[in-house]
Design a protein around this ligand. Sequence first.
Ligand code: HEM
Length: 232
Amino acid sequence: MLAYVSKLDFLLWVALPYAVITIFILGHIYRYLTDGFSWTSKSSELLEKNMLRIGSMAFHYGILMVLIGHFIGLIIPKSWHEAFGLNDHLYHLIAVVGGLLSGLFALFGLIVLTYRRFSVKRVLAASSLGDKVVLGVLLLVVILGLLATLSNIGGQFDYRTTIAPWLRGILTLRPDPTLMQDVPVLFKLHILAVMLLLAIWPFTRLVHVLSVPIAFIWRTPIIFRQRCPERD
Ligand code: HEM
């Protein structure tokens, strides 16, 4: 029997995600082809160093841990967790403690970066509208994610049997919006904020994420030698 899906649920949990994925992919291609030289994280290190070092480190390490947690909780199915001996209680404990710590670390970094962008005159003068909007949307995503986690400390809602299979369905082209019907509103708002972030992504400095220089890890080291004064 086919389950009833409202127009709104279809729009939010099938049409919107695919529209956003399309904008994300085509937006990157368009940006690369039309304005490839602007493909950068637009470093402002020369304008201010101290707050940047603290904020950027906290944000990047925090968000990396958050995303590793998301991969384990949303992409790896619950049955696999159980096969590895992670029962509901243990999983929830690790997810809440690890999630909150890494989320708060990322939030601290974002607050420092936002304060820096708006309080250091030279950084503010060099900022585009996109630089400011991206910080606002990141704050929204992270704060809503933290609120969703805090609202579910007792573990009454299981996103591994609802949001997780919905997300995997979207990624494998087998969308099922009914999985999102009874999801608590804070989780829904968090996911909608993520979609907003993905839709503006290609038009902001976030494009640098797709060109992280991971080749650093295996390429031959570049050797810097001091000039030898006697040979000059
Ligand atoms: C479609 C993509 C995403 C989905 C379905 C999703 C879903 C979730 C869920 C279910 C939680 C609660 C985790 C828990 O209570 O254990 C959560 C928390 C959180 N999310 Fe997301 N999320 C997505 C993408 C993102 C992105 C891109 C970011 C950051 C840029 C982010 C940042 C956070 C943060 C900071 C938390 C709170 C800390 C934590 O539990 O990890 N999320 N998200």
